[in-house]
Design a protein around this ligand. Structure first.
Ligand SMILES: [Zn+2]
Length: 884
């Protein structure tokens, strides 16, 4: 939140160069808020020096629901770290303090610059013990959120939940709010008698209180960083269980009971798996997982009590359509209970020690539960998303320069997970997991920096990993390989020319990496390990005959891009016979660029139908979609019989590219009517909209009146209306965007309104009216729809929204970028910065051209849709759909 405030204070004149970053940052801001979990936004890369050590925090909270107010009392037990301290400072925002007492006596205090200063009667000595009691109240703008029924949604469950990371706990408790201290805590919540509450550690008691209320007392007896303190309270349903005598529980908002089993069924296996794999038993007194509405992220690893987004829960009637259920999210947060919670980064510079491990842990679970192909495919996709990123590539994983870099978040998650997986491959499982165990044990309940991990690895395995960390963690980028192979029939040698083509500058250097070269001849496959370290080098391998297939970095063990010149026959052989998923997926991608070649099309069709792993089938389908020839269409049609809905969905999605084709339209209409999976039927509607075939509008109207689980079909119909771009859809879209309709559908309808009848100012005015609603999702969708419409009358309302300070996590950054875009599209607007030469070459910034902005939004949406199933669902509720 501090970062956002700083951005708000920048004048338009100084933000132009930053606008490119802000605008590209939009994609990442969305990604942060949408998928990832506890998005880190912080402006203090260095941990502050401490005056005292916090030992215990005892918080009592009551709530005024009508006023969305918290009424609290906190008692801090603490001990100064040096002599002569005359006052004690606490972080505090949005709160009014009515009294402060030190060791039972009234103390003078003042509040300024988000600090509460409590004066001591006389200078303190190091090691002395103080009890500081503070009474306060306030209306938090972040950190604590009220979800309440209103006239449009009178039955919605009442909920209050918190989100502490990065530095937001001090918006509802005056407290030391940075990770580099740890304290035990007590959370005492007085709430209506029919509510449930969930907090950290152990539930000590539930007692009747005046006025039909109940007081719940929770205690976390192990010291944790204050951003991990949390609670949830409200109208929830619970399911209790236990795991080796430890209480575990699942909570969902009233009315979502059917999601509990399909979402949480793997929890106990995950607890067993991670306890065994990390070598340290699950360390806390309970494990609660609570789904809440309108959560600001997908999940947050609060100590022993993870909070999750209700929109990510798996519905029973759609469970068979969902690949890997919600396991990715659940295993990410559960990994954090060790990496992030038991051992916590000392400062945000070292966030990758939290997020890289959580990403790695989720992939580890995926490998265990769904097989090595599934996790290899995940890494391959993460790599292909990360490598082209111009923003992420030049920034090291560990950098102090995080003030202006929302981009860096993409490094600490995906690249962080990748780097840990490389380290695992290079050390071997035995040494690697021994090192993790040692790292966890040596730093248990402490705060860490990257050097602590390096040291633990060296102590447990003897291996000095400084060079590895220097290039992958403190250095930036990754190798971009360009490889050519040739065969000399006389000497029977394969020679491989290997170039590293990344630009060596800034933090990006040449890489020294171990690479497996695999050469297959008629006699079979042989693997040659080599070390690549130069910009340009040639390796030579003795073989027993002409090579049939040459793989560089077999199995994709290195984070890299690879440009390997091969003939169509070689790629086909690789698609058909490489052992590892990444090598077959690479071949599918390469074949998708080879036009007018019947054997290529046939091989891709074969792979789309029969590859033993679904991900390769999907890549083959995407390659056929890109080829988009009559032959490729035929192959896609034959793959429509795939059993997994998530493969059929990709096939149907590709059909959206086959425009002006009668048979495609007929088939899509039949799929919409007959497919067993709602997700596939919904995709058919969207592909029809892309085809823009006659009669589609009628079908969409019909779908809009059809009930389906979770409104999947209405959802798709609204999205498709936006894609179709037909003004005839405006009345339906306005109707479904209105207050009173289900919030998820409103979000989609609003997104679609961003794409139709762009000259119609009434639509803009309607979207502007939604900016003042309390729902995070509705405001979010409206902001983006306004950005897409490009109507300058939205600029002032957006600026007013920004100034109001009513925006929560991640939003201000996105709004700033959109305001800049709108101004640049509309140079006549009075605040429009003039285009200058410096910015003119930045795509979408210098050019005051509507199309550029639309392209940027399209690209943004594409990036988002490519992330994963979870993101896909959220994105669908935010924007009007993809245009590619
Ligand atoms: Zn995380």
């Amino acid at each position: 939140m501090n970062l956002s405030r700083k951005l708000r204070h920048r004048s338009p004149q100084t933000t132009r160069a930053g606008a490119a970053r802000a605008a590209t940052g939009v994609a990442l801001v969305l990604i942060i808020a949408a998928i990832f979990t506890g998005a880190v936004r912080a402006d203090r890369p260095y941990a502050p020096s401490r005056d005292y050590h916090l030992q215990n925090v005892r918080v009592s909270l009551r709530f005024d629901l009508d006023q969305r107010k918290v009424i609290g009392e906190v008692t801090h037990t603490l001990s100064p770290l040096r002599d002569g301290l005359t006052h004690l400072d606490f972080d505090s925002a949005d709160l009014t303090v009515s009294s402060a007492r030190v060791n039972g006596k009234d103390a003078k205090f003042d509040l300024r610059d988000n600090k509460l200063r409590v004066n001591l009667a006389q200078p303190a000595k190091a090691g002395e013990k103080f009890e500081v009691n503070i009474a306060y109240e306030g209306k938090p703008t972040s950190g604590l959120y009220f979800i309440l029924p209103d006239k449009d949604d009178p039955n919605r469950p009442k909920e209050i939940w918190t989100q502490g990371e990065a530095e937001d706990t001090h918006h509802y408790i005056p407290i030391y709010d940075y990770p580099n201290d740890r304290t035990t805590s007590e959370m005492i919540l007085t709430v209506p008698g029919d509510w449930l509450t969930v907090s950290n550690g152990k539930l000590l008691s539930v007692q009747d209180a005046a006025g039909g209320m109940k007081t719940w007392t929770w205690r976390e007896s192990l010291p944790v960083s204050t951003y991990l303190i949390s609670f949830v309270a409200g109208e929830f349903k619970e399911k209790k269980d236990n795991w080796h005598n430890l209480p575990i529980a699942y909570y969902v908002p009233r009315g979502m009971e059917d999601t509990i089993d399909p979402t949480f069924s793997h929890t106990k296996q995950m607890l067993d798996f991670f306890s065994e794999r990390f070598g340290v038993p699950y360390p806390w007194e309970q494990y609660a997982q609570t789904a809440v509405d309108d959560f600001v992220a997908s999940g947050m690893e609060n100590v022993s009590a993870t909070t999750l987004a209700a929109r990510d829960m798996v519905r029973a009637d759609l469970a068979t359509e969902k690949n890997e259920a919600a396991d990715g999210l659940l295993s990410h947060e559960l990994t954090h209970q060790w990496f992030g919670d038991l051992v916590t980064c000392k400062d945000w510079t070292n966030t990758w020690l939290n997020e890289g491990f959580a990403t790695f842990g989720a992939n580890l679970w995926e490998e265990h539960e769904y097989g090595v192909d599934a996790s290899a495919y995940r890494y391959w996709r993460d790599q292909n998303n990360w490598m082209p990123s111009k923003e992420l590539f030049p920034i090291p994983i560990v950098t102090r320069d995080i003030n202006d870099s929302v981009e860096y978040v993409g490094n600490v998650y995906d690249k962080g997970g990748w780097v840990l997986n490389m380290l695992r491959k290079q050390l071997g499982d035995d040494a690697f997991f021994r090192a993790l165990k040692h790292y966890l044990e040596a730093n248990r309940l402490q705060n860490v920096v990257t050097a602590d991990l390096v040291k633990a690895i060296e102590e447990s395995s003897g291996t000095n990993v400084d060079p590895f960390f220097d290039q992958w963690i403190f250095g930036a980028g990754a190798p971009r390989f360009s490889v050519k192979s040739s065969y000399d029939a006389v000497t029977k040698k394969v020679s491989l020319s290997v170039k590293q083509t990344q630009k060596v500058e800034g933090h990006v250097g040449l890489f020294r990496v171990p690479v497996d070269v695999a050469i297959t001849t008629a006699a079979g496959q042989k693997i040659f390990p080599v070390e690549v370290s130069k910009a340009d080098e040639t390796f030579s391998f003795a073989v027993d005959g002409p090579p049939l297939m040459v793989l560089f970095d077999k199995g994709n063990k290195i984070l890299r891009s690879l440009d390997f010149q091969k003939s169509p026959e070689e790629w086909i052989r690789q698609l058909q016979s490489a052992q590892d998923v990444p090598d077959r997926a690479d071949a599918a991608v390469a074949l998708g660029n080879i036009k007018d070649n019947d054997s290529v099309t046939a091989a891709l069709g074969e792979a789309a139908r029969r590859d033993r792993f679904w991900g390769v089938r999907n890549e083959a389908l995407r390659a056929l979609g890109r080829l988009n020839s009559p032959g490729a269409r035929k192959q896609v049609f034959t793959a429509l019989f795939n059993e997994q809905p998530w493969v059929r969905q990709v096939a149907v999605e590709q059909m959206g590219r086959f425009q002006n084709d009668e048979e495609t339209v007929k088939r899509l209409q039949a799929i919409y009517k007959d497919d067993k999976a709602y997700s596939v039927r919904g995709q058919a509607l969207q592909s029809l909209a892309q085809d823009k075939g006659a009669g589609t509008m009628g079908l969409l109207e019909q779908a809009l009146s059809t009930s389906s689980p979770d409104d999947v079909l209405r959802h798709s119909a609204l999205r498709a209306m936006g894609m179709l771009g037909d003004s005839a859809a405006v009345p339906s879209l306005l109707e479904w965007s209105s207050p009173g309709k289900p919030s998820a559908l409103r979000g989609v309808a609003i997104g679609a309104l961003g794409r139709v009848d762009l000259k119609n100012h009434d639509i803009t005015a309607r979207l502007v009216s939604y900016l003042n609603e309390s729902s995070f999702d509705i405001r979010y969708a409206s902001i983006f729809a306004l950005g897409r419409r490009g109507d300058p009358s939205a600029i002032e309302p957006l600026e007013a929204l920004l100034k109001s300070g009513q925006l929560s996590i991640s939003i201000p950054h996105a709004v700033e970028g959109l305001i800049e875009q709108l101004k640049m599209q509309n140079p006549s607007h009075k605040d429009s910065p003039a285009v200058d030469e410096k910015t003119a070459d930045m795509p979408g910034v210098g050019a005051s051209n509507n199309q550029v902005v639309v392209d940027r939004l399209d690209r943004l949406e594409r990036q988002m849709t490519e992330m994963n199933d979870r993101l896909r669902k959220i994105e669908a509720s935010l924007t009007g759909g993809r245009s590619d």
